[in-house]
Design a protein around this ligand. Sequence first.
Ligand code: HEM
Length: 413
Amino acid sequence: MREWTPPPHIATMTQISDFREIDEILRSKDFRQGSHTESRPLFADSLLLLDGPGHRERRRLENPLFDRTALMYYDHEALNPVVEKMVRDCLDEAGDDGTVTVDLVPLVRAMLHRIAATTTGIDGVDTPEATERFRRFLEDLGAAATVEWSTKDHDEVLAYGLARRAEFVEEFFGPSVERRKKLVEDFHAGRIERDDVPVDLLTLLYLHWDDAWDDEFPLREATLFLVAATQTTTHTLPHVIVHMEEWLASHPEDAGKKADPDFLRLMVNESLRLHQPAPTLLRYATAAVTLASGREVAEGERVALLFTPANRDPGVFGDDAATFNPYRGTPEVSGVRPWGLTFGGGAHVCVGRPLVTGLAKRDGQAPTEGTMMRILRALYAADVRLDPANPPVAAASSSHDMYDSMPVVLTRR
Ligand code: HEM
């Protein structure tokens, strides 16, 4: 497993890597969002940058995007059809021996970009060419949105991101908004039913328009959702495939469990714990605080919360916390999720998490599977395995623990 090195720009901040201290800070009302200071042109007034009552109100408005009803809708509209079709398209290319080698990184990335387009409300991301153009836009928007972490000239990264955003508006965002405005107008006028209006972020914003919002606000909120949805799961999912191979090599007794959803979920949770797409969050103290541990944080101090060491805390995850073990069981501290801090915590805890991990069966309501499980099940149904001739390539140009390429073999059954 690759070690994570904190990037230089947080060197001057107080770095905190204790699980309980981070958890307390994330839940405290005495800390506010401390990330995305330079990337405000892309994210200003978006959910991520709000604090206090304004943030609570926006969460209340947007939470239904990831409730059970919405997740069922996405399963039906995007998740299942997209995942099945894309795996089928790969298998159609299989040779006489029934196998085909594909690069998992762009494959999963394309699946997730289409799913993100559906949940955000961007039309036209439905062919490989359009998905690739959409992906490139999001890559540039993502680079500008995380400019604080960039090793390049920050003004240039931001200027380029904004120029690309204008092109994105022209090709994808503008037409999608116009269609939604018309649907919302028709719905309010009683010309169409609620069921004829899609379930996505942009539609929700235009259905509940607030006159305090400026015209560009939906673009910034959509940028947040698109970047947050696509630059995260894509990083994590390939790790599951590597861990599965390594685990089965040393635990041959589990060889028959690859297609077992319960086992697969344990693999997913453990991979999420060890590999965080957002390994550090920043917070400002709004008052002088003494944490339960006795640590003092001054008013106005900015702290960097390091998730990678925190998620390997033996006091929380057991003595073997630094290693991969799908059977480690419930964390030793009550209320801690199997993936630890990977989805954050407190007020800003990831709103899209139910889409990623699914929702358990509750009160007789059907469970939802989540993107990670759905994609992995489809891949294991095609007996996915690493290509022995071409090992995965870890990303060289990023402090993130992710892969640039992962050739895998799929088999037609
Ligand atoms: C493996 C997948 C994902 C991981 C690990 C992840 C992680 C996180 C983390 C750590 C935060 C907290 C940020 C903070 O406190 O400053 C967050 C917030 C957020 N995430 Fe995710 N995320 C994932 C997937 C998604 C998806 C699929 C979506 C949308 C469909 C999404 C949308 C958001 C949004 C909008 C926020 C801001 C929430 C708020 O500020 O209230 N994320 N995510």
